[in-house]
Design a protein around this ligand. Structure first.
Ligand code: NAD
Ligand code: TYD
Length: 350
């Protein structure tokens, strides 16, 4: 079996669902169920014996050691993290705790488990660390896209904590020989994303007739990848990636935030007509230290692994909006008091 951490979150739950749709191999899913983790994401698996869910913290060495020895996974896919830049600005401590200290605890438990495996099992084992393009910092308008050799220059507490975890993963390979893979991916969107990130927040606000809050001048650029394409890339890297290597993953879909929001308004006008969604766009105070541009050079994964995205931004966005329209009860369940408290804190008038 494989061990997945953070498999109740946005990308993790999509990964677990896609994995079990395509493979008979069971998944052990370790997730702390923070505000971002939601067992409702995995409701389709409630009678599926191939999915074993354990509520626990990646920072808890005793739990990790017990799970590894009991279930003997052949690979670990590590998603668990605090993942929202704005939250990291308001409260960085949890990011250091989970992303840095938690990843360290996971690496230590993995090293002990892996060291005791047979030589063949050691060779076949993989620790796949899921990271972000944000570790590379911010690009100017004409700079070349991030490649795997771009120097790290993280600018937010979130990206600094992810950069730290990437370095630890690298060191465990270099020093102990742990067979690791690291993927650095651009911005994901798709079903089951918590509505604090740009796209689901805009969908929820648009449908509720609320302002669509664009930070600063709306000209910041991100590369967007449909979550199903990211999951396929991770499966391909797990299968074909070379131990110790890093793979950048991107969607060939660089866009300015304002264009993303306008495209979203157009998709909504088609799927749920009756309102002038674009008239709800409002410019709000910029994010402190807001990175201007991210862009991914995904040549290596295309060349060496044979992966490339299937969805365009328009096709992925249409599927995403359709999912949110069809899953209102999912939204009602997660738009709880904790969600409202976050929205009040982040979008309060100065
Ligand atoms: P998410 O915030 O939706 O989910 C994170 C999950 O991790 C949640 O289920 C949460 O309960 C769990 N978790 C948090 N702390 C934990 C802990 N200490 N122990 C166990 N579980 C814990 O995040 P996401 O958007 O699905 O991102 C998943 C991973 O992918 C992260 O490592 C993130 O850095 C990376 N990533 C995300 C994006 C993106 O656009 N969302 C892009 C590139 C990389
Ligand atoms: P986000 O989804 O938080 O991802 P990240 O910061 O990791 O790239 O934000 C994507 C972009 O959208 C980023 O440039 C910030 C911007 N943004 C807004 O303009 N308004 C919002 O309400 C949010 C949440 C983000």
């Amino acid at each position: 079996m494989i061990l997945v951490t953070g498999g109740a979150g946005f990308i993790g739950s999509n990964f677990v669902l896609n994995w079990l749709a395509q493979s008979a191999e069971p998944v052990l899913n370790l997730d702390k169920l923070t505000y971002a983790g939601n067992l409702g994401n995995l409701a389709a698996l409630k009678d599926d014996a191939r999915h074993v869910f354990v509520r626990g913290d990646i920072g808890d060495g005793a739990v990790l050691t017990r799970l590894l020895n009991e279930h003997q996974p052949r690979a670990i896919v590590h998603f668990a993290a605090e993942s929202h830049v704005d939250r990291s600005i308001h409260g960085p401590a949890e990011f250091i705790q989970t992303n840095v200290v938690g990843t360290f605890a996971l690496l230590e438990a993995t090293r002990a488990y892996w060291s005791a495996l047979s030589e063949n099992a050691q060779k076949a084992f993989r620790f796949l660390h899921v990271s972000t393009d944000e570790v590379y910092g911010s690009l100017g308008a004409d700079d070349p896209a991030f490649s795997e050799t771009t120097p790290y220059a993280p600018n937010s507490p979130y990206s600094a904590s992810k950069a730290s975890s990437d370095h630890l993963v690298r060191a465990y390979h270099h020093t102990y020989g742990l067979p690791v893979l690291t993927t650095n991916c651009s911005n994901n969107y798709g079903p089951r994303q918590f509505p604090e990130k740009l796209i689901p927040l805009m969908i929820v606000n648009a449908l509720a007739g609320k302002p669509l809050p664009v930070y600063g001048d709306g000209q910041n650029v991100r590369d967007w990848l449909y979550v199903g394409d990211h999951c396929a890339a991770i499966r391909a890297v797990l299968e074909k990636g070379i131990s110790g290597e890093v793979y950048n993953i991107g969607g060939n879909a660089e866009m300015k935030n304002l264009d993303v929001v306008h495209t979203l308004c157009n998709v909504l006008s088609t799927l749920r007509p009756g309102r002038d969604y674009a008239s709800q766009i409002t410019f709000v105070k910029d994010r402190p230290g807001h990175d201007r541009r991210y862009a991914i050079n995904a040549d290596k994964i295309r060349r060496d692994i044979g992966w490339q995205p299937v969805e365009t931004f328009e096709s992925g966005l249409t599927q995403t909006v359709r999912w949110y329209l069809d899953n209102e009860s999912w939204l009602t369940n997660i738009t709880s008091k904790a969600y409202q408290q976050w929205i009040d804190l982040q979008y309060a008038r100065p």
